[in-house]
Write a protein that binds this ligand. Structure first.
Ligand SMILES: CCCCCCC/C=C/C(=O)SCCNC(=O)CCNC(=O)[C@H](O)C(C)(C)COP(=O)(O)OP(=O)(O)OC[C@H]1O[C@@H](n2cnc3c(N)ncnc32)[C@H](O)[C@@H]1OP(=O)(O)O
Ligand SMILES: Cc1cc2nc3c(=O)[nH]c(=O)nc-3n(C[C@H](O)[C@H](O)[C@H](O)COP(=O)(O)OP(=O)(O)OC[C@H]3O[C@@H](n4cnc5c(N)ncnc54)[C@H](O)[C@@H]3O)c2cc1C
Length: 664
């Protein structure tokens, strides 16, 4: 009989083989659920296999041993190998296949095409007119040019309206003149801008005859296509090392009265006629679409990062033995400790939940893109509110989960051999990029307040399906709790908090305070409402997704995982449900959580194996598929550049003389 867990191979650590043998479901079938289809899950495996056959695609050294220069060079080197072999590796027209290829080969530390694929091309698709797409999109897709998305400035990121870069229209020459008037107006942070990109989508305030029409996207050539030297009028460079993404060249950019043709305003939606007449877009915020797209993809992306950390921590916890339970003759796998399970299993559930939730937001974005191309912008506000909350909650919880995974690996978790700190650095960047989390929670807060105001004005029927629960009365909770009852508990918490926060804001405003001051004084409560609303959404998409699964064994284990999720989440928001649940009921839920941790235990390794993250992609000694951690940890340490010689020059130059002097 073939094993249900497809990761078993001869030579593996017996501890991991034992774990895999206890799995109750087919990990390939689970991978099909995680990656949306059996076909794509299979393609991922094939792509990984094809990559492994091209030795030049392997890291030339463990990435943590490379310095910044080495990391940036390594990314470009591998990119050129990828492009030479691209047809052998993927269907180049598939975004998903490309993403898998890049993630596997490049790792997560950044590379010259990261922003090209994630923002530059999507911005062209959403914002360039048909003629502009003919001009640039093909070139971008063929990677004849490398692009980035340059919006944030040194002085402003969250508050777009305060960007200082201007694009002033000159009707005489039919050009826009891009200018950076101050130090703080320098573009600052855009990925791949520093050294790699030769073109950029630049967001600048459009000025026509002294009137500011707000931020608009412009296609701007930064560097000569032959020499790669910055063009006259452009100041560009790298912003230096960061917490993570050090294989990437996030950059700065300034303009000195830099002229571009009128046709370089991305003008699918807004236009400037030759005489300077402005043609308004169908929605004031349509220029934000590249951001909405990334935010829509963030739940899946962050779920995948959390998954990376959990693969490492769960596998390692199954081979790490420390201390005793009942059997005093052999130390126990640390995964058998309830505290370890409590640390890791709710995060496994969240990783699955985020990925499933991401399916939904990506689908909503793709639909919105079609609608907007057809002139229908009515879905923009809803998706903006939803993805604003979602990006904030998933990035924060992913960061929490990764950090717990690191601690769950003890001392070795702190070593770069675990690679978890790199994953953490990358993931936690998501709390900031695409809109700082508090700022984005408050965007959702605005939407929730407006929803409550609709209810107060007797317009409950006009509420969208995602906020309809705000108008409902709470019902009794039956504590023969199934997932749907937990959903009701969450609805109660989110509804109560949203009403309380809104009423606080309204009361302050009605007391004569300005709108802005009242908003600020209610803002912590509003962010709490936004988080609860978003967590409710995540839970409900998780429940719906599990309900739709056909494979009964896969569905069975996902129901077990859902039980971990709903009980953990409700315990976590206990303070918001005190008015609904008695302390006896809370105890009952707490016990259900502990039972669900035990239930999921035999499937823990199979659940993380199902993410099918190859060793190459994982880059972790602790998380290796074969579980042979210790001998490889020693090998890894020996490969440290510091161990190339027994006596370092720094010892000869400084420490030896110091010790010699002390002897006198
Ligand atoms: C391989 C991995 C690579 C990782 C890649 C990482 C790449 C990172 C890239 C970046 O970070 S790019 C830069 C991202 N920057 C931001 O996200 C900036 C955040 N700020 C904003 O998005 C906006 O400033 C804001 C906070 C949303 C406010 O918008 P605005 O400045 O336009 O404010 P107002 O004029 O006050 O308007 C508010 C009004 O508009 C509605 N609204 C805002 N955005 C949208 C939208 N996209 N769609 C629909 N509606 C929108 C908002 O809800 C308000 O509506 P009302 O409440 O007034 O009705
Ligand atoms: C790894 C990484 C990659 C990036 N890539 C790009 C890129 O490719 N292109 C690009 O253009 N940009 C990029 N950025 C920039 C990023 O989008 C901004 O840093 C982000 O939007 C936050 O803006 P800020 O840095 O100005 O923060 P600030 O707005 O200055 O935030 C500082 C603090 O002020 C608070 N705050 C600000 N406004 C409010 C408010 N209205 N209400 C309450 N609190 C508020 C915030 O919550 C935060 O605590 C990247 C950033 C990082 C970290």
């Amino acid at each position: 009989m073939t094993a249900l867990n497809k990761s078993i191979e001869p030579g593996d650590s017996p501890d991991l083989t034992e774990e895999r043998a206890s799995g109750t479901f087919d990990t390939n079938a689970m991978a099909a659920v995680i990656y949306g289809s059996d076909k794509f899950a299979q393609r991922r495996r094939e792509i990984s296999e094809a990559i492994s056959k091209i030795p030049e695609l392997a890291d030339s050294a463990p990435l943590p041993f490379l310095d910044r220069f080495g990391k940036v060079t390594e990314g470009s080197r591998k990119l050129s190998v990828i492009l030479e072999n691209i047809d052998k590796l993927i269907d180049p027209s598939s975004y998903e296949e490309g993403l898998h290829l890049y993630t596997e080969v490049m790792g997560m530390e950044g590379h010259p095409l990261a922003l090209h694929e994630v923002m530059f091309i999507p911005a062209l698709i959403a914002q360039a007119s048909d003629e502009q797409q003919v001009k640039w999109l093909g070139r971008a897709r063929r990677r004849e040019i490398i692009g980035c998305y340059a919006q944030t400035e040194m002085g402003h990121g969250s508050n777009l309206r305060a960007l200082e870069t201007t694009a002033t229209y000159s009707p005489e020459t039919q050009e826009f003149i891009l200018h950076s008037p101050t130090i703080t107006s320098l573009k600052w942070w855009p990925g791949a801008l520093g050294k790699s990109a030769n073109w950029a989508v630049v967001v600048a305030n459009l000025i026509i005859r002294d009137k500011n029409y707000g931020p608009h996207p412009f296609m701007v050539q930064l560097r000569d296509e032959d020499s790669h030297e910055p063009l006259p009028g452009i100041t560009v460079g790298d912003i230096g090392p960061k917490m993570a993404f050090n294989g990437g060249d996030n950059g700065f950019l300034g303009f000195r009265n830099y002229r571009i043709p009128r046709e370089y305003l991305l003008n699918r939606h807004a236009k400037v006629e030759a005489d300077g007449r402005y043609v308004k877009p169908p929605h004031a915020k349509i220029n934000h679409s590249a951001m909405i797209r990334v935010r829509s993809h963030m739940a899946t992306g962050q779920g995948a990062l959390l998954a990376h950390a959990l693969v490492i921590a769960v596998r390692y916890s199954a081979v790490r033995r420390q201390g005793y339970l009942e059997d005093k003759s052999r130390e126990v796998k640390v995964l058998d400790y309830q505290t370890q399970q409590h640390r890791l299993f709710p995060s496994i559930a969240r990783a699955y939940a985020f990925i499933f939730c991401g399916f939904e937001t990506i689908r909503l974005y793709d639909q919105l893109l079609i609608d907007v191309q057809n002139g229908n912008t009515s879905g923009m506000a809803d998706l903006h509110a939803l993805t604003s909350g979602l990006k904030s909650v998933v990035t924060y919880q992913t960061g929490e989960g990764i950090e717990q995974a690191r601690m769950a690996c003890g001392g070795h978790g702190y070593s770069m051999a675990s690679y978890i700190s790199e994953i953490y650095g990358v993931a936690i960047g998501g709390c900031t990029y695409e809109g700082e989390n508090m700022v984005m929670l408050l965007q959702l807060g605005r939407y929730l307040v407006k929803s409550i105001e609709m209810i107060q004005n007797g317009k409950s029927r006009e509420l969208g399906p995602m906020v309809a629960y705000l108008a409902e009365n709470e019902s009794e909770i039956d504590l023969n709790l199934g997932p749907n009852e937990y959903l009701k508990v969450f609805e109660y918490a989110a509804r109560n908090q949203t009403w309380r926060a809104t009423e606080k804001f309204q009361k302050l405003r009605n007391s004569g305070m300005s709108n802005e001051k009242a908003w600020n004084q209610a803002s912590v409560e509003l962010t709490r409402a936004s988080r609860l609303h978003t967590r409710l959404y995540i839970m409900s998409t998780f429940i719906n997704h599990v309900g739709s699964i056909v494979d009964q064994k896969v569905k069975g284990v996902l129901i077990d995982l859902l039980n971990v999720h709903v009980t953990y989440e409700v315990m976590d928001i206990g303070i918001y449900v005190q008015g609904l649940l008695s302390s006896n009921q809370m105890d009952l839920i707490r016990n259900q959580l502990y039972v669900s941790l035990e239930t999921i235990r035999p499937n823990a390794v199979s659940l993380v194996d199902s993410f099918q993250i190859s060793d190459m992609q994982l880059r972790s000694v602790l998380g290796r598929r074969d579980g042979n951690v210790y001998e490889n940890l020693f090998k890894w340490a020996k490969s440290s550049p510091l161990n190339k010689t027994d006596v370092l020059p720094s010892v000869t130059q400084y420490l030896k003389p110091m010790m010699e002097k002390s002897k006198l």
